[in-house]
Design a protein around this ligand. Structure first.
Ligand code: HEM
Length: 480
């Protein structure tokens, strides 16, 4: 009898397997510690396709982004939803969706994503503008003279409340929501444990996380949601969909809404932080971007004054090319998401005319765009923030090359193919809005005596990396 298990045998034409010496963990700890360094080391030793055993799973990494289109083409054998259907319910606390028990639910949830895009983006963006303005005016615009703050905390509190109001609305007759700070504190507690939950660490091993998650779900139970007004069309439609399924429990509905709150904020807050940090720490870039915002406003006949509320419409946001480039550049530097697909069967992964690899049913295939984002052959001085990297002659720059080949996938913070983020246009717009208000209303400086902000590597694979420590800054109303 010949053994055919993945533990001791490799079949013909399988990628090299890197196991590590700790039986179950394999290389998981090394990956966590510094994923980029670890993967580049494996690439140097084994080439651009290799399999790593991590926490009992075999993950095949495809390191060259010019090969991504082949993976995306293998949609029949490589499924994204198999992975998310398994991991998301256990992470957010809803029952897995069964096509027999909940016919059509998955498809309708997917259809709801359209309400974040196209023409539907316009009302969402207008609503976000009003809510950002509301939070800025009440919390930050009433003071003269310099004030100090912690930058991550500043981004978190503004984006959290404005996003909550925009997507989920507010109680009738109230302008803001009471209890937002408590909700935000619970959200942060849950988010700190998120990397463990998505790597399938049982929630009962994570201290009080189950109780915190239950509190978060409770905020979104149907009887609390029914008292809210000014809700986005997106969330309203999802409520209607859920109500059509009698066998969905209230707790499942609440958990779905909570999962959406996490999707809308989990990456956006650190992305907003880095965009703000890079601009504040590069005053020459900040000046160009501020000038661009003022020009776009005055083109439509508005002269900025700090006494009046700013409104930037969607078409105006589209014209902010330098600002968009600065945001994309900070996404390039801070994004560390893994795009994972599960093999539904044993098959041969064809990568072009002459190369193919045997993949086993149940194995994961991972694309890790951070290696592309920091590749010196694609981006000159890849670790440097260059605010204008994605703009050329006033238009978006899209031509990036490796080995003389023009790349389709050169900036991938939002994933690719079927699992591409449906909130990506909303995310870019809201970060533009936040930064526009910040730059128009305030003079901004980093406080002296701090070292440069570093990425927290412990969230490698999850999404946008947060900073390892918060950054202190000063701000005061500009005299305009
Ligand atoms: C999925 C990134 C903001 C909603 C994803 C994925 C990535 C991503 C990489 C795919 C995950 C995968 O392949 O495993 C980001 C980044 C954001 C951002 C970097 C901000 C800078 C948002 C916002 C929303 C949103 C603002 C909603 C308002 C979603 C949803 C999914 C998703 C619903 C799951 C899609 C599915 O199940 O097919 N996001 N996202 N995201 N994102 Fe975002």
């Amino acid at each position: 009898l010949q053994c055919d298990c993945a533990v001791c045998c490799r079949r013909e034409n399988e990628p090299p397997l890197i196991k590590g010496w700790i039986p179950f963990l394999g290389k998981a700890l090394e990956f966590r510690k510094d994923s980029l360094k670890f993967l580049l080391e494996q690439k140097r030793k084994h080439g651009d396709i290799f399999t790593v055993r991590m926490a009992g799973k075999d993950v095949t990494f495809v390191m060259d982004s010019s090969l991504y289109p082949y993976i995306i083409k293998h949609g029949r054998q490589l499924d994204f939803h198999k992975f998310s259907d398994k991991v998301s319910p256990a992470t957010f606390g809803y029952q897995p969706v069964h096509s027999k028990l909940h016919p059509g639910l998955k498809e309708q949830i997917h259809r709801s994503f359209k309400l974040l895009q196209g023409d539907n983006l316009t009302p969402l963006t207008e609503s976000m503008m009003g809510n950002l303005m509301l939070v800025f005016r009440h919390d930050h615009l009433g003071h003269s003279g310099w004030r100090s703050g912690c930058m991550y905390q500043f981004c978190l509190s503004v984006m959290f409340e404005a996003t909550l109001l925009t997507l989920f609305g507010r109680p009738a007759a109230a302008r803001r929501r009471t209890g937002t700070n408590a909700l935000m504190d619970d959200f942060v507690k849950f988010d700190n444990k998120f990397p463990h939950l998505i790597t399938e660490v049982p929630i009962w091993l994570l201290g009080g996380t189950r109780a915190v998650r239950q509190k978060l779900i409770n905020y979104f139970l149907p009887d609390r949601m029914s008292h809210l007004t000014n809700m986005s069309e997106f969330i309203r439609m999802r409520m209607e969909v859920f109500d059509n399924y009698e066998n969905l429990r209230d707790v499942d509905k609440g958990a779905y809404h909570f999962a959406m709150l996490w999707a809308a904020l989990g990456n956006t807050v650190p992305a907003t932080f880095w965009a703000m940090y890079y601009l504040v720490s590069h005053p020459e870039a900040l000046q160009v971007v501020r000038q661009e915002i003022q020009e776009v406003l005055s083109l439509s006949g508005v002269e900025f004054s700090s006494d009046t509320n700013v409104k930037l419409h969607r078409e105006q946001l589209d014209k902010l090319r330098c600002l968009e480039s600065a945001i994309k550049e900070s996404l390039r530097l801070s994004s560390a998401s893994l795009n994972v697909r599960m093999a539904l069967e044993d098959f041969s992964l064809r990568l072009g005319e002459s190369r193919s690899f045997a993949i086993r049913k149940g194995d994961a295939i991972a694309m890790y765009p951070r290696t592309t984002h920091l590749d010196p052959e694609i981006y000159e001085e890849p670790k440097k923030f260059r605010f204008d990297r994605y703009v050329h002659n006033g238009a978006e720059k899209t031509d990036f090359y490796k080995d003389d080949q023009k790349l389709k996938y050169y900036l991938i913070p939002f994933g690719s193919g079927v699992s591409m983020c449906p909130g990506r246009h909303f995310a870019i717009n809201e970060i533009k809005q936040f930064l526009s208000l910040l730059l128009l209303y305030f003079d901004l400086q980093l406080e002296d005596g701090q070292s440069r902000a570093e990425f927290d590597p412990s969230r490698s694979g999850v999404g946008i990396l947060p900073p390892s420590a918060d950054v202190r800054f000063r701000y005061r109303l500009r005299v305009v």
